[in-house]
Design a protein around this ligand. Sequence first.
Ligand code: ADP
Ligand code: AMP
Length: 214
Amino acid sequence: MKIIMLGAPGAGKGTQAKMIAEKYSIPHISTGDIFRANIKNGTELGKKAKTFIDAGQLVPDELVVDLVIDRFKEDDCKNGYVLDGFPRTIPQAEALDNALKAIGDKVDFAIDVEVPDENIVRRMGGRRACVGCGATYHVVYNPTKEEGTCDTCGGELIVRDDDKPETVLSRLEVYHNQTQPLIDYYKEQGILKSVDGTVDMKDVFKAIVEILGA
Ligand code: ADP
Ligand code: AMP
């Protein structure tokens, strides 16, 4: 099963993608996580991506597309994957379609997690990320057992640089201009499914499982 998660930054794509990956035994491929790991490890890609990420802008398509398509060649992708944060532009979506078409394949579902902008700003303000394993929490909606410490690996929790209020506003603008058009793109392909992302994360997941099948 090949799934794309759509939605504004902070809509809950990563939270849901993680649960989907676990239930359906497919890898969760997050381009944001890949970039953050590269920044942490000081790679050339990380250095190039950091300038765009810190400014709340998208990393150029040519730095993203091959990275994702190459990831599909790994063994764990043979039964599909859930893509989180990719595609984010129409050219990225077209590149994905072409790469899949070349091997007689296609995306099965594009799931749009719908959350209004007002809620997004609140969510991003409370998001905390683990510096060790990248796990994501929320100070109110999904707190850790011990404040400031990751439940999974015991790592330190931080506010992502691009979750600062001024950057969140540019990210939302970028989302509306460059990523939202993907909703119509996948609607036209007949694979778009929308879920209400404002309810509790377990209920969002229930709605997604109804779409994907148990
Ligand atoms: P995205 O991957 O779309 O950027 P995340 O999954 O990181 O978003 O979620 C953004 C923030 O909102 C996180 O702090 C997460 O814990 C929280 N969150 C996710 N889903 C919900 C929900 N349904 N209700 C409340 N908070 C949520
Ligand atoms: P995310 O963790 O998905 O919110 O991504 C964090 C940041 O990484 C984004 O704001 C972009 O700057 C960059 N990024 C992640 N995925 C992509 C993508 N598919 N295309 C361009 N930039 C991306």
